[in-house]
Write a protein that binds this ligand. Structure first.
Ligand SMILES: Nc1ncnc2c1ncn2[C@@H]1O[C@H](COP(=O)(O)OP(=O)(O)OP(=O)(O)O)[C@@H](O)[C@H]1O
Ligand SMILES: O=C([O-])CC(=O)C(=O)O
Ligand SMILES: [Ca+2]
Ligand SMILES: [Mn+2]
Length: 621
């Protein structure tokens, strides 16, 4: 190498000398170069005053001092200006303290928050956030209470069979105070302002306040995400969730029967969560609120999945937990409108949510490719087990729970329809996972039968895997969602009948459960067969098929479907012990009958002949 400085050879050890040196004098300066300022939410739209009002104790004068951003960022806090308060006098210790508000953070920010917060948050090999929901891995319906006041006493469904367990306004406020004192005692809280319902005329604004970053990411995924402009004009929320799930309820307080408490006040438009970190509590709590608000506007709220064919044919998939709403509405050949919660108004269907919540036990890429591929950066994976080193998830592992879940924004499904709205449904598919193995894989229903099975809301899943074979247990949950409805089931049933009649939808009953014998003897119907059955419903093939009627349940079953072995269409063929089949069939029919007795004295809508037909549409034996 030629030497410019008189015979002394210099060697290039630095292989990056073509690049200019970094323009930083200190490591802090270098770090600050890394992050470019985001467009700040305009000052006038600062939500701090509104959030402080949300977090205000009802016993003290005004809301807590809040400051935006992470405490780690060490920005000097500026107190929120309260109109009522004189700025210099602190009336309580709590008013001297600052709580940092992390407002509508992005998924990346929430990942970092989650890692810092809990030892249980990890990034999986596909980029999802794996986390634990703590001691509760499912909802706690027996701990959900609704304030009974003069209005709700008259309006809501109370008493036997109802999901609404009462509490009074005072105890609600006491629990609210407990949650607020907990949240305000923290250094930081997460606040999300988001929407429910893609129907622009019936959109609801929700605020979620929580102590866990994972909860904020879960709701970011599950609710509709506002644009920056929508956030600037968000204003006052229509409904607020206070999630203090890390902190227990006070068992000595009135009405409290455990340290878990989910409290809803429809008058205050608030929900308070204590003593459970299961995130589904927030999602389904809001669903309950929609079941209250929407029917008042003539809109039917539905525990159903929904998708649409290329020709605009919409199908609803009703069913209890684990029956296949998410699995079957996520269909590569159709547009996904939503997997769990919808509204049916006079202008068509709309998804309530902005995301999906899939069961992922035994998930496989082959059987459910779209859900598999949706588990990537931004997705929350709850209670799954993964390899410590490779961070590959073992979806077959039930060590933590059988109810492992993935929560992802709906646009993670490639053929999601955005905005998530569609025309009136053509097919209404009722899913039941019949672990008794006696319901046919598919039956065509008349309107009365559709209503009978909708009100019954049957499934029989066998959850237990630990101690060998377990008995199937029948669950009847009115409207396939008794845990979420607010009014008497007949109100929703009448609305469904009216809409199905008005818009000419056909009802179907699809058994996604057992075939060839009950649980322990037979096996679950293969998902590819169920998909073929669903395809035949969508295509219209099944409307013109040949049918025969089953004994006892009186169901119309097709004699053949493309791609499905004909012998499985009538369950009796698949049982080797015909005596056991008949016995099991009658047993299930008896359970249906017992369950329906409470509805026998109710009128469904104004059409009394339809009520009579519904009563007669059950099993006959
Ligand atoms: N034949 C079948 N049809 C549908 N699902 C099946 C079938 N066989 C097995 N499965 C499995 O059953 C589960 C159905 O769960 P899915 O998430 O669809 O429930 P869901 O109805 O959406 O319940 P939730 O309301 O709790 O979210 C999935 O794990 C799916 O893989
Ligand atoms: O709410 C949950 O935990 C999951 C769900 O969708 C249901 O149970 O219907
Ligand atoms: Ca689901
Ligand atoms: Mn559900």
């Amino acid at each position: 190498m030629a030497s410019p400085n008189g015979g002394v050879t210099t060697y290039d050890y630095d292989d990056s000398d073509s690049a200019a040196p970094v323009r930083a004098q200190t490591i802090e300066e270098l770090h600050s170069l890394q992050r470019k300022a985001a467009t700040a939410i305009k000052d006038g739209a600062s939500p701090l005053q509104s959030i402080s009002a949300s977090l205000a104790s009802l016993a003290r004068e005004y809301g807590p001092n809040l400051v935006k951003g992470d405490p780690e960022a060490k920005v000097a806090p500026v107190p929120v200006k309260h109109q009522q308060a004189s700025a210099t006098i602190a009336s309580s210790d709590s008013s001297l303290k600052f709580t940092h508000v992390l407002y509508n953070l992005s998924p990346a920010e929430l990942y970092e928050q989650a890692f810092g917060q809990k030892k249980s948050s990890f990034i999986t090999s596909t980029g999802a956030l794996a986390t634990l929901s703590g001691a509760k891995t499912g909802r706690s319906p027996r701990d959900k209470r609704v304030v009974k006041d003069e209005t709700t006493e008259k309006e809501l469904w109370w008493g036997k069979g109802s999901p609404n367990i009462e509490m009074d306004e005072r105890q609600f406020v006491i629990n609210r105070e407990r949650a607020l004192d907990y949240l305000n005692s923290l250094d930081k809280v997460y606040v999300n302002d988001q929407f429910l319902n893609w129907d622009p005329e019936n959109r609801i604004k929700v605020r979620i306040i929580t102590s866990r970053a994972y909860h904020a990411l879960f709701m970011h995924n599950m609710c509709i995400r506002p644009t920056e402009e929508e956030l600037e004009t968000f204003g006052t929320p229509d409904f607020t969730i206070y999630n203090a799930g890390e902190f227990p309820a006070n068992r000595y307080a009135n009405y409290m029967t455990s340290s878990t408490s989910i409290n809803i006040s429809l008058a205050r438009r608030e929900m308070v969560i204590l003593g459970t970190q299961y995130a589904g509590e927030m999602k389904k709590g809001l669903f309950g609120v929609m079941h209250y608000l929407m029917p008042k506007r003539g809109i039917l709220s539905l525990h159903s999945g929904c998708n649409m064919g290329k020709e605009g044919d919409v199908a609803l998939f009703f069913g209890l937990s684990g029956t296949g709403k998410t699995t079957l509405s996520t269909d590569h050949n159709r547009l996904l409108i939503g997997d769990d919660e919808h509204c049916w108004s006079d202008s068509g269907v709309s998804n309530i949510e902005g995301g999906c919540y899939a069961k992922c036990i035994d998930l496989s890429k082959e059987k459910e490719p779209d859900i598999w591929n949706a588990i990537k950066f931004g997705t929350v994976l709850e209670n799954v087990v993964f390899n410590e080193r490779t961070r590959e998830v073992d979806y077959a592992d039930k060590s933590i729970t059988e109810n492992t879940r993935a929560a992802y924004p709906i646009e993670f499904i490639p053929n999601a329809l955005i905005p998530c709205v569609g025309p009136h449904p053509k097919n209404v598919i009722l899913l039941a996972c019949d672990a008794y193995g006696v319901l046919p894989p598919v039956s065509k229903l008349n309107l009365a039968q559709t209503m009978y099975h909708f009100i019954s809301g049957y499934t029989a899943i066998v959850a237990g895997t630990e101690d060998g074979i377990k008995e199937p247990t029948a669950t009847f949950s009115a409207c396939f969602g008794a845990a979420f409805i607010m009014y008497h089931p007949t109100k929703y049933a009448a609305m469904l009948a009216e809409k199905m009649q008005k818009y000419g939808a056909t009802g179907w009953l699809v058994n996604t459960g057992w075939s060839g014998g009950r649980y322990g003897v037979g096996s679950r119907i293969k998902l590819p067969y169920t998909r073929k059955i669903i395809d035949a419903i969508h295509s219209g093939e099944l409307l013109t098929a040949n049918y025969k009627k089953t004994e006892v349940f009186g169901l119309e079953i097709p004699t053949g479907i493309d791609g499905v072995p004909s012998e499985i269409l009538d369950p009796v063929n698949t049982w080797t012990d015909k005596g056991a089949y008949k016995e099991t069939l009658l047993k299930l029919a008896g359970l249906f009958k017992n369950n329906f007795e409470v509805f026998a004295s109710y009128k469904i809508g104004d059409d009394s002949s339809l009520t009579d037909q519904i009563l007669a549409a059950g099993p006959n034996f």
